[in-house]
Write a protein that binds this ligand. Structure first.
Ligand SMILES: [Zn+2]
Ligand SMILES: [Zn+2]
Length: 255
């Protein structure tokens, strides 16, 4: 990064923190003033699609109606994932896209506590059932550029709410992977295959541990599948996955 780029980033961060101090957080989506932080206004709230039952018992894919035969979706029946259960709070769609992208890419980190509260409420069973909480890691290059890992922020906030121990660096990326945006399911799988490994300094936390893996968006599940395999190979007893949102149909939206 050049000196002028670093200066620009510092100036932007100073400006952002100044703005956040001057204008207390409003609606998580549109920013309109609200009485308390960490909520959505009356216009934005009904636009969101919160995921609820009935859904696939394994991957959390929401069903439009209660199936009479199996509560496992076709994808999970064809090939069971390595993780035991995945759950998400929101359907990733046009209504929540800007809010999520701002959190991922535009320093809207102040929204992490509110998002974690939603996740905590939506997946109490998964949280109660875990020994440690960890995050899908960014590669150090990307972490350096972004300054923060949004999944690690959610992990820390969830740990505060649940009193479960957070280990945000339980996994690391062995190699940089290209962004999953614009890739189809099989390309996403190839892109992240073997990309994750457990942190050698944290191996003692993994032995027979029930791990809750946190990410911001679940798209095809390729990333959390690759992470789950790495954790299970290193001795974890089982992996559950909790994300802020998930794609419900093949997305035409870039993530
Ligand atoms: Zn709003
Ligand atoms: Zn499923």
């Amino acid at each position: 990064m050049s000196v002028s780029e670093i200066a620009k980033r510092i100036a932007k961060n100073v400006l952002n923190s100044g703005l956040q101090a001057a204008f207390p957080p409003g609606c998580l989506k549109c920013g309109d003033p609200l009485e308390g932080p960490g909520s959505l206004c009356n216009i934005c709230w009904p636009q969101m699609t919160f995921i609820s039952e009935p859904c696939c018992e394994t991957c959390g894919f929401p069903f439009e109606y209660s199936p009479t035969t199996s509560l496992i979706c076709g994808n999970c029946l064809r090939k069971a994932p390595s993780f035991s259960k995945a759950r998400a709070v929101l359907k990733y769609d046009a209504a929540c896209r800007d809010m999520i992208l701002a959190f991922k890419h535009a320093d809207q980190t102040r929204n992490a506590p509110a998002f974690a509260k939603w996740m905590h409420r939506a997946a109490q069973e998964l949280i109660d059932d875990c020994d440690v909480i960890c995050a899908v890691p960014l590669h150090p290059f990307r972490l350096h550029w972004r300054r923060f890992n949004q999944s690690a922020l959610l992990t820390r906030e969830l740990a505060l709410l649940s009193k479960k121990p957070p280990i945000p660096d339980l996994l690391f990326r062995k190699r940089p992977t290209r962004s999953q945006g614009g890739l189809n399911a099989s390309a996403r799988r190839r892109n992240v295959q073997g990309a994750f490994a457990p942190n050698p300094k944290r191996l003692s936390h993994l032995e027979n541990a029930r791990v809750l893996l946190i990410d911001d968006v679940l798209t095809t599940g390729a990333t959390v599948e690759a992470c789950s395999k790495a954790l299970l190979n290193a001795g974890a007893a089982k992996i559950d996955v909790l994300t802020l949102c998930r794609v419900v149909r093949t997305p035409s939206l870039a993530i």
